[in-house]
Design a protein around this ligand. Sequence first.
Ligand code: HEC
Length: 188
Amino acid sequence: MLINASGPKAALVLLAVGALTTATPAVAQTVATDNVRQSQDGTKAMAAAAKTIDGMFKGSSAYDANAFKAAAETIGSHSGERLSSLFEKSIAAPGSKASVNIEAERQAFDKLAADLSVYASRLSAAADRNPDVLSPQMQMRGGDVMTGGPLARKAGVRDVSSMSAEHAFHLMLQTCTSCHAKFRVRAE
Ligand code: HEC
């Protein structure tokens, strides 16, 4: 059975049949391509940056406008076209958990990547406006329920400037999750 297969050759077989989920981490690592490594470095940086911002909103780490902005910029720089282009050629590359669906649903993928950069800019701008403290304006508030509701979803992210930074951050995390749910193959 394919489930028990291992080694680069087996990985190619798995790829051919689209059964990426059964590739073992060892196989994935030995044959990872540059693009895959690049995307993984990028996503790790994004994950660390999201953690930094999350800690500040939760109050588990002190607010630091520069660090907050740097984290937002890190996410911004790895999103949008850069994120989209990383997955242009590496689809189905051994070691990548990128779903083969990306090519088929390129527009949806690019939209999620672009949304991410909109939220990142929103957060970066919020840091500029709040150099000293994480102000109440940055935090979730009643109006966010409106801007984040089904109506807002219909309108897309155009209303992002009117929502609190924290709300934009939550929507950003949802964008990470949505894209992973749709386009990342689960290896575990
Ligand atoms: C437009 C789609 C998309 C968005 C948005 C997105 N990701 Fe990902 N991410 C992926 C794909 C596809 C993979 C699988 C990459 C691979 O294995 O080559 C991935 C993988 C990852 C990984 C695993 C990296 C590894 O070493 O295997 C982490 C961590 C991650 N993303 C974090 C994030 C965070 C944090 C955000 C939001 C701030 C985010 N991603 C937003 C598509 C996306």
